[in-house]
Write a protein that binds this ligand. Structure first.
Ligand code: ADP
Length: 211
């Protein structure tokens, strides 16, 4: 498995928020817009064959509500991106990458720095942790997610987000940060994200290209 990504720094947008806040929902909607490519690290992990070493590692960590070790996570990201480029499903010169669930801590952010240039960090904010836990319990029933099934694991995942992932906001700084109220309806959340997206130079550049 190659752990390098072939091309120069890719323009990217980061969707950041606690488990259950709606990152996946928003990422999937935005991915329908031409010139956006949605990479959800959780989805890519869940697609792994659980008979492989990495597939087994993912199950082991995620069922405890823990992060998969950084090196493995970034290697999987890099090899997946290479496959996408090779198969022309993602075109790094004209597509904007929507990163969902990665980077999830400062070390991952540093590891990704050689590959991507982050143009905005959309922070989906839902300060009500009880509401997040409620959404996760609902998702456990609908999607049979092992990591949403137990109260202890849910609380551990929310704590891991507070301790390790949320500090990334400071790492990227105020200029890139865009707070979005994730307690609104999904349509209003996507509306707010799109309003901000259109003001970004990286988006205006691709929007002006004739393809
Ligand atoms: P959620 O949307 O509920 O935050 P995800 O679907 O993004 O959860 O991730 C599910 C699990 O996959 C995580 O709990 C973790 O074990 C693993 N995972 C996903 N992304 C990463 C990452 N960037 N680094 C380490 N582990 C990750």
């Amino acid at each position: 498995m190659s752990d390098t990504v072939e091309t120069a720094k890719k323009p990217a947008i980061l969707i950041l928020g606690a488990p259950g806040v709606g990152k996946g929902t928003q990422g999937a909607i935005l991915a329908q817009i031409p010139r956006f490519y949605h990479y959800s690290s959780g989805d890519v992990f869940r697609q792994l064959d659980t008979r492989t070493d990495l597939g087994r590692k993912f199950v082991e960590y995620s069922k405890r509500g823990e992060l998969v070790p950084d090196k493995l996570t970034i290697q999987l990201w890099a090899s997946h991106m290479n496959d996408l480029v090779t198969s022309h499903r993602y075109k790094p010169d004209i597509d904007i990458l929507l990163l969902d669930g990665i980077p999830r801590n400062q070390d991952q952010a540093k590891m990704l720095e050689d590959y991507v240039e982050i143009h905005a960090v959309f922070h989906l904010s839902c300060p009500n942790r009880d509401e997040l836990a409620r959404r996760l319990r609902k998702r456990a029933l609908k999607e049979q997610r092992l990591d949403d099934a137990s109260e202890v694991v849910i609380q551990h995942r929310i704590k891991t987000y507070e301790d390790e992932t949320k500090p990334i906001l400071d790492y990227y700084g105020e200029d890139l940060r865009c707070d979005i109220d994730a307690t609104q309806s999904p349509a209003k959340v996507v509306y707010d994200i799109l309003a901000k997206l259109q003001t970004l130079n990286a988006y205006q550049r691709i929007d002006n290209q004739t393809i």
